[in-house]
Ligand binder design. Structure first.
Ligand code: PS7
Ligand code: MN
Ligand code: MN
Ligand code: MN
Ligand code: MN
Ligand code: MN
Length: 351
């Protein structure tokens, strides 16, 4: 078993791991436990994308400033001492951008093949976020079609999955097949869709909408109607359809995970997926989803880390268990009753 040599870490690497702990509570344990060849590169990768997302999320930055920041972010990675202090004070990850020079120092020391992958993902994600920010700043406020929703999720998470898979292969910790199969896309989409479903209320309070109009407009006339107490039934039907849409990716995610051989890479990939299915189960048929972001308990999360770490068979058990709980909650009057039941049956047969 390989262990990272924390005593030989530079001061900037230590600072980066501290930022990872502060800004990525769910990712930091799995990143720190990664094979030592990849722990620091993936930590830097994470912080770069977290920095980009902090700019994307700040609704106080006007589009004329935000758009070039997002599109040019990949170039700042080579600018010694670059930082950004323009975020509004409340933005929780502001400090990362203020001290971004530490991330740049470590990015420049990264193996060139790894750095090229990270830069490529940063460029594509920055441009995708900028396209979306531009569209939502003009007449439209949010995502309209399911195709647009899938494209947004591809930019902010699918591409990350592709980049991470390339890193695993470059580090010889995964087989080349894993890239060719393209299953990194559903891996990213499943995580991102779960985040968008869970954060519906928080995002709406920030003036942002990620649930596609094509889905919610079947149930309510206006987006804000989802949050009115008298519309809880219609809001829950919308959430059922959103969750059913996310569940379409589950079988592909399990196929991706089944292709991993190295234990630390397996844990890194499998644990967030198990947290996601547990989160979807918590959100399913839960009216509190429209009051605040729901979070699985610390105890449940800890149990999932242990279970997922015991290998593929246990990960399948985790998925079967949560899918079974979802299936028990589906109401016969739910318009997605049959579709959801069929999907749950399919996943349990597959797993
Ligand atoms: C493993 C094949 C480089 C480890 C990990 C920072 C979380 C933040 O949190 O609503 O509500 O503010 O603004 C596939 C992670 C996809 C991405 C996307 C899995 C980078 C990440 C920046 C691929 C994670 C899914 C924004 C964009 O949503 O979030 C495998 C490492 C993975 C970061 C996530 C997040 C997007 C995000 P929040 P938002
Ligand atoms: Mn964010
Ligand atoms: Mn964001
Ligand atoms: Mn979110
Ligand atoms: Mn957010
Ligand atoms: Mn799909």
């Amino acid at each position: 078993h390989h262990v990272r040599d924390k005593n030989n870490e530079t001061a900037t690497a230590k600072t980066c791991f501290n930022f990872l702990r502060k800004t990525g509570r769910s990712f930091s344990p799995v990143v720190e436990e990664l094979h030592p060849e990849l722990a620091l590169p993936v930590c830097i990768f994470y912080l770069i994308l977290r920095g980009l997302d902090t700019i994307e999320d700040d609704t106080s930055i006007p589009l004329e400033i935000k758009e070039p920041l997002l599109r040019n972010f990949k170039d700042y990675l080579d600018e010694d001492g670059w930082n950004y202090t323009g975020n509004r004070l409340e933005e929780k990850d502001r400090e990362l951008l203020v001290q971004f020079d530490n991330v740049i120092v470590e990015f420049k020391k990264m193996k060139p093949v790894y750095a090229a992958i990270v830069r490529d993902v940063t460029e594509k994600m920055g441009n995708g976020m900028a396209d979306y920010a531009r569209r939502s700043a003009s007449e439209k406020i949010g995502i309209e079609s399911i195709a647009e929703y899938d494209l947004y999720c591809w930019y902010v998470a699918g591409i990350v999955g592709e980049g991470l898979t390339r890193l695993f292969v470059e580090a010889e910790l995964a087989e080349t097949d894993l890239i060719n199969q393209g299953l990194y896309k559903p891996m990213g989409l499943f995580l991102q869709k779960t985040n968008i479903i869970r954060d519906i209320r928080e995002d709406r309070d920030d003036g942002r909408r990620f649930w596609p109009e094509e889905i919610w407009s079947k149930h309510v006339d206006h987006f804000d109607d989802l949050f009115q107490p008298e519309n809880r039934g219609l809001a829950l039907s919308s959430s059922s359809e959103m969750i059913l849409d996310a569940l379409q990716h589950v079988c592909d995610c399990l196929s991706y995970l089944a292709g991993l051989r190295e234990q630390s890479v397996f844990n890194f990939c499998a644990i967030p997926q198990c947290m996601a299915i547990a989160t979807l189960e918590l959100c399913f048929c839960n009216p509190a989803l429209f009051d605040s972001s729901l979070k699985i308990s610390k105890g449940d999360a800890l149990g999932l880390v242990v279970e997922a770490g015991r290998g593929m068979e246990n990960v399948c058990h985790v998925f079967c268990r949560y899918v079974d709980q979802i299936q028990r909650k589906i109401q016969p009057e739910d318009p997605y009753y049959l579709g959801s039941r069929a999907k749950c049956d399919e996943i349990r047969t597959f797993a």
